[in-house]
Design a binder for this molecule. Structure first.
Ligand code: ADP
Ligand code: MG
Length: 251
């Protein structure tokens, strides 16, 4: 069964179509990169897939459970609160700007939701958080506050925070685009190290070499549509004119 299935999703802002009949699937453990020009709808797609944004119509299905679908009146209908909470516990999100709580320590940023939302045992959550920090190369930062960290360190904390929820799927929206170039590498390396954890990842990125290297599948979006998708080899060697013209800019 697919972890995530998106069928015919439509979304417009002020009458302007931003997502036009978008369909895609993500399998267990699969790594999918989404590339495409600015304004093509990549963030809106992630936001609709994770219910941070309402879609106009279409279907969003996690492990066979419908989170949203098109109702009889043609408009989107969402599952009830309880079902949605269960569905939402299956994924984590990492944003461009980290979105850490500035007044929480690194440790509290990571452990707060597992303890207070998932109601998991404190001792275990702390132990797992320390293990995650070690994996992120941040073992000495658990008492630091976000303002004391570099952007690359903040993003690694944000990744640890998402992982602490034990998600089946992690969404990244341009995880390195707010970082200085010298800090980008450390974050990409950490994301790459997750590839063998058997967590599915959907990564919106402008790092073409990274996308090519890490992905099982690459999706190229432009103007609210999926222009094409395939293995990195297929997409990066595509003779599609729009794909070529986009990739050419990254020469
Ligand atoms: P990308 O992430 O590919 O750069 P976005 O999904 O952010 O693209 O945006 C796609 C289009 O939707 C853009 O034209 C953007 O201006 C528009 N858009 C995104 N969010 C909103 C919003 N909340 N209100 C109005 N327009 C929006
Ligand atoms: Mg975006």
């Amino acid at each position: 069964m697919n972890l995530l299935e998106i069928n015919h999703v439509e979304k417009a802002f002020d009458g302007l179509g931003v997502l036009k009949d978008i369909s895609l699937t993500v399998g267990e453990g699969e790594i999918v990169s989404i590339i495409g020009p600015s304004g093509s709808g990549k963030s809106t797609l992630l936001r609709c897939a994770t219910m941070l944004e309402t879609m106009d119509s279409g279907e969003v299905i996690y492990l066979g459970k419908k989170a949203a679908w098109t109702g009889a009146d043609g408009k989107a209908v969402y599952a009830g609160k309880k079902e949605l909470r269960e569905i939402q516990s299956q994924y984590g999100l990492v944003f461009q700007n980290f979105n850490l709580f500035p007044h929480y320590s690194v440790m509290k940023n990571i452990t707060d939701a597992p303890i207070h939302v998932q109601k998991r045992e404190k001792e275990i959550v702390y132990r797992e958080a320390r293990e995650l920090l070690r994996k992120m190369g941040l073992e000495d930062k658990e008492n630091a506050y976000p303002c004391q960290l570099s952007g690359g360190q903040c993003q690694r904390v944000a990744i640890a925070r998402a992982l602490a929820l034990n998600p089946k799927i992690l969404f990244f929206d341009e995880p390195t685009s707010a970082l200085d170039p010298e800090l980008t590498g450390e974050v990409l390396k950490v994301i790459k190290s997750l590839a063998d954890l058997d967590i599915a990842m959907v990564i919106v990125t402008h790092e073409m070499a990274f996308a090519r290297d890490i992905s099982d599948r690459v999706i190229f979006m432009a103007d609210g549509v999926i222009v094409e998708q395939g293995t990195p080899e297929q997409v990066f060697a595509s003779d599609n004119e729009r794909t070529q013209s986009f990739l050419g800019r990254y020469g």
